[in-house]
Design a protein around this ligand. Structure first.
Ligand SMILES: [Zn+2]
Length: 269
């Protein structure tokens, strides 16, 4: 939501969205200082929550060094060393996203270090599978999970496609699918994947970033899947219930689903 406008929040509320989790992501340009990461973590945990609340949406965040910026090991260590203060913030419900971008040894180092931090804290974790060489990344993630053996209730492996779903399902973790309007995963493909693999531990999320993406993706998945013959319970499970169960792994996850939007004249700057 960091890169979205107030129109997006208004549209989300009108479409029935009442809570969201914003993962730490890549801003489009690599950060050069650990301090820039810390200000960003503070912004998505503090101000973004205040901003969302004005529009009737209860906003939470996940904190991590994302894989796209994990290739500078010195900077990675500095950022990870400073993360504990943000992981204990009352609006932080997960560590993420971590994982792979180009499947490099430095990315693996930052991934394993942060995964160990989450295991130590018994926190939910959001894992990013790469968009290029996705299968290789998913296989490596699966091998690392076998080795570190976290509680599968606390792990969501995200950005799955037809190519990776079988491997990710085998881990017993939650499996995410991130929906985009055109590129990557569409509502039609989600519908097909759910038909093939079922809806247990499946979590659909929408990409709302600075590229072509859509904060209303979930609503579009609901509409498409209803028309495509899925029953209400299945649809509810993948766009709401499973995510609620997963994030309940954090004591900070107490979403208020009955917030009312605030009159814009009452906003305080
Ligand atoms: Zn991601």
């Amino acid at each position: 939501m960091y890169s979205r406008t107030t129109d997006d929040y208004q549209a989300m509320y009108a479409a029935g969205i009442r809570a969201c989790v914003e993962p730490s992501f890549w801003l489009g340009q690599n950060r050069r200082y650990a301090g820039t990461f810390f200000d960003y973590f503070a912004l998505i945990l503090d101000f973004e929550t205040v901003r969302a609340r004005r529009f009737g949406i209860d906003h939470f965040a996940a904190v991590a060094l994302n894989p796209k910026e994990a290739d500078d090991r010195g900077l990675a260590d500095e950022v990870i060393d400073g993360m504990p203060a943000y992981l204990t913030h009352e609006r932080c419900v997960a560590l993420g996203e971590i994982g792979f971008n180009n499947n490099t040894p430095n990315e693996e180092y930052a991934f394993v270090r942060q995964l160990a931090m989450a295991i130590e804290r018994d926190m939910p974790v959001i894992i990013h599978t790469p968009h290029v060489d996705k299968l290789k990344g998913a296989e490596r993630i699966s091998a690392i999970l076998r080795e570190l053996n976290p509680n599968p209730d606390r792990i969501e492996i995200d950005h799955n496609t037809e190519e990776t779903m079988a491997i990710s399902r085998e881990t017993g973790c939650y499996c995410g699918m991130t929906v985009y309007p055109i590129s990557k995963l569409t509502p039609a493909r989600v519908s097909g994947i759910i038909r093939e693999f079922g809806s247990e531990r499946m979590v659909v999320n929408g990409s709302a970033d600075w590229g072509i993406s859509d904060p209303l993706s979930l609503v579009k998945v609901v509409e498409f899947m209803a028309a495509d013959g899925h029953d209400d319970a299945t649809i509810r499970r993948i766009v709401c219930d499973n995510a609620m169960t997963f994030y309940a792994g954090s004591p900070n996850w107490k979403p208020e689903l009955d917030l009312a939007p605030v009159d814009p004249n009452m906003f305080q700057r």
